[in-house]
Design a protein around this ligand. Structure first.
Ligand SMILES: *Cc1c(COP(=O)(O)O)cnc(C)c1O
Length: 220
């Protein structure tokens, strides 16, 4: 049986090759893009192996999981939270997360702001492209402006999950346009199935899980 680290090495190399290819198409530089490896549901041994392979940016969806894993890795790692934010978990999130990709509520923003050290985090506003349904969270497109105006936290980025069944190219260009309109320099978009389209559209952060770690047995 192949060692897990070899499997991860190969998967990472494949994803890296796809990243380079998409960036070449778009005449963009590799330094403009952060690959966040989404490690939700995977054991800390996998994260340590990924660290060995050079990964420094890890993504988690649950406070419970991230708060246990983050202290077990060396301190030169950057932790991204992209799950649904629960108000009571915010004090814990501030302890281990470096970037919050899924901010979509002014109440949550106010709660972050009251906590010491919350100014050290980077914040992305999550945009919801699904009209009517908002089960994946996010601020609807026509409310992004007022959200940013009222938000007292410094928001540097926009994040999106392309709606199921939508054309990701259309979704990602829309988000790129919104980000540009509001001067948001960072754009977190693209997952295993659509990160190349996201890179061509201008993503600065891609969040890739299953292409690197394998498919998850449980939905997280
Ligand atoms: C799980 C998850 C990812 C990674 O998804 P894959 O398809 O496994 O690459 C990215 N972003 C969010 C918000 C997620 O929940």
């Amino acid at each position: 049986m192949k060692a897990r680290i070899e499997e991860l090495r190969e998967n990472l190399a494949k994803v890296e090759e796809q990243i380079q290819g998409a960036l070449r198409l778009a005449s963009r530089n590799r330094e403009e893009v952060t690959l966040v490896v989404v490690t939700k549901t995977y054991p800390v041994e996998d994260l340590l192996a990924l660290y060995e392979l050079g990964v420094r940016n890890f993504g988690e969806n649950r406070d419970q999981e991230g708060s246990l894993k983050a202290p077990q890795l060396p301190s030169d790692t950057h932790w991204h939270f992209q799950g649904q934010i629960q108000s009571r978990k915010i004090p814990s999130l501030v302890q281990w997360a470096d970037s919050i990709h899924s901010l979509d509520s002014l109440e949550h923003a106010a709660k972050f702001e009251k906590l010491p050290n919350s100014e050290k985090l980077n914040y992305f506003v999550q945009i919801n492209l699904e009209e009517g349904a908002d089960h994946r969270g996010g601020v609807s497109v026509n409310e992004v402006g007022s959200f940013l105006e009222s938000c007292t936290l410094p928001i540097t980025g926009a994040m999106v999950v392309a709606p199921l069944g939508s054309d990701p190219v259309v979704a990602f260009s829309k988000v790129k346009k919104i980000a540009d309109e509001h001067g948001l320099k960072e754009i977190s978009m693209g997952m295993s199935g659509d990160f190349e389209a996201a890179l061509v559209a201008g993503a600065t952060h891609i969040r890739v899980g299953s292409s690197i770690l394998g498919s998850r047995s449980l939905l997280a």
